[in-house]
Design a protein around this ligand. Structure first.
Ligand SMILES: *Cc1c(COP(=O)(O)O)cnc(C)c1O
Length: 470
């Protein structure tokens, strides 16, 4: 007890620490309250250690001597932004938890120009009077998709809600039971429909829905037919869903709009690049679908957005809906989306310059080279403690897109008899540039598909750092 009392009296005082010259300097850069809060926390940590008999006199003196350094480091940490870049070594290209699609550096330069200056966001330069923020995008979207009109809102969930709320409020929306999907926990088709004020009429069964199921459901109150692209799962085997042509014909016959929620919204036929065929936005427009909605940050490879395209008379109705104001996109989104869409004017450019498309179409030879480079650099720096191998694996597109697509890829896998691999994964996640990897049966996997070349040295440094103190 006596001994503990002694230690407590050795604890540094807040005032003492504050008066040190380097802390005084720190306060010039960081708010005083934050520094004081940090000092108190560090003293409290020491006090707890004394209470639990976890510290002796010498260690306490050592820590007390270097307390300024600790306070500087911890205070600086508090000033770092919490939202920061990470390295995605999971191979999931459109990783919703890691920010979905990447914006290319070129596009970013353009955004910087329009948002650090005034812009014609809602100003018609020709007329010299008020313009519409949607006009910048409508032209390029209709050119690429072949649709009559377009409108962009915050995300695809908002797009679906706006469409149903405009075309089918207090009316019935007929949808196949096999398409009542949930996407990522918070987007359930039935819930969104209910919020929009439309009433759901589900027809058919989970695995089979026929055109006569839709036809039988038509009544006085039918407001729309809805098709939902079940992009994040597939029912395999004995299934049948109504093809778009038949549904469009039925809609036209009864003057009922056909709405399609495409989810991913791919604008290029990816079959050419060895991937499974995913129906394109243009396919739906060509088939005569009245309204199509899709995400901006899935396979399109742009910013978070919900894109609504189709017949002008319906889009005009949506533009008048007050919800459009609530769902409106900001100038960052407009700038990013327009610059991304410009790449689509030339398919080659789109594949080369849009990171999402570039990653999912990356040839295996390139991935193999990248994996071998990463392995070699790791081996050169860290030759003991861990074993590395390059192995075959499959990447996923992610974001609920192309669920069955398994794209052959190369992983660098790390395992060890000397260190705890779970610890390694944790340390990498806590690295100054967090590195997100995958654990499977005591091995750590890094799929190089989602790793940029310039990140390789950071990963090697991260592993060296992580291994050094496990
Ligand atoms: C992803 C997805 C949505 C939601 O899109 P967000 O842009 O994330 O709001 C809606 N419908 C389908 C079919 C989807 O795949």
């Amino acid at each position: 007890m006596n001994n503990k009392g002694n230690l407590f009296s050795k604890l540094p005082k807040v005032d003492e620490i504050i008066s040190k010259p380097d802390i005084d300097n720190l306060i010039k850069k960081i708010p005083r309250e934050i520094v004081i809060e940090t000092i108190r926390e560090e003293i409290e940590k020491l006090r707890n250690k004394i209470r639990k008999n976890e510290i002796d006199y010498d260690t306490l003196s050592e820590i007390t001597d270097s307390i300024s350094e600790i306070v500087i480091k911890e205070s600086n940490k508090k000033m770092e932004t919490k939202f920061k870049r990470v390295i995605n070594a999971t191979g999931v290209v459109i990783h919703t938890n890691l920010g979905r699609s990447l914006v290319s550096k070129d596009v970013m330069e353009h955004i910087s120009e329009v948002v650090t200056n005034y812009s014609n966001l809602e100003f018609d330069l020709e007329a010299g009077s008020r313009g519409s923020r949607y006009s910048h995008l409508e032209n390029i979207i209709t050119r690429i998709t072949g649709a009559e009109a377009a409108l962009v809102v915050n995300n695809n969930a908002a797009a679906v809600m706006l469409v149903l709320g405009s075309l089918a409020k207090e009316k019935e929306v007929v949808v196949s039971r096999g398409e009542l999907v949930e996407i990522g926990g918070s987007f359930r088709v039935p819930d969104v429909m209910e919020q929009s004020g439309a009433h759901l009429v589900d027809v058919g069964t989970t695995n089979k829905t026929h055109i006569w199921d839709y036809e039988k459901a038509i009544g006085e109150d039918t407001g729309a037919f809805l098709k939902v692209h079940t992009s994040n799962y597939r029912i395999l085997g004995f299934t049948s869903s109504v093809d778009l042509d038949a549904l469009v014909k039925l809609g036209q016959k009864h003057d009922i709009p056909v709405v399609e929620d495409l989810g991913s919204g791919v604008l290029i036929d990816l079959k050419k690049y060895g991937l499974e065929h995913e129906p394109t936005v243009q396919d739906s427009i060509e088939a005569g679908v009245d309204i199509v909605t899709f995400s901006g940050d899935k396979l399109l490879g742009g910013p978070q957005a919900g894109i609504i395209i189709g017949k002008k008379r319906y889009i005009d109705e949506m533009k008048r809906n007050p919800l459009t104001r609530a769902f409106r996109v900001d100038k960052f989104t407009i700038a990013t989306l327009e610059a991304t869409l410009r790449e689509y004017l030339n398919e080659e450019n789109a594949i080369k310059n849009i990171p999402t498309l570039n990653m999912i179409t990356c040839p295996i030879e390139e991935l193999s080279k990248k994996a071998n480079k990463l392995k070699t650099l790791i081996d050169e720096k860290i030759s003991n403690k861990i074993i590395t191998r390059v192995v075959d694996d499959f990447s996923q597109v992610g974001g609920g897109s192309m669920p069955l697509e398994r794209i052959p890829t190369k992983d660098v896998v790390i395992y060890s008899d000397n260190i705890n691999i779970t610890k390694l994964e944790e340390r990498l996640r806590a690295y100054k540039v967090p590195i997100i990897t995958r654990l499977y049966k005591e091995k750590m996997y890094m799929d190089v598909r989602t790793i940029e070349d310039m990140d390789i040295s950071t990963i090697v440094d991260g592993i060296e750092f992580a291994v050094s103190d496990i």
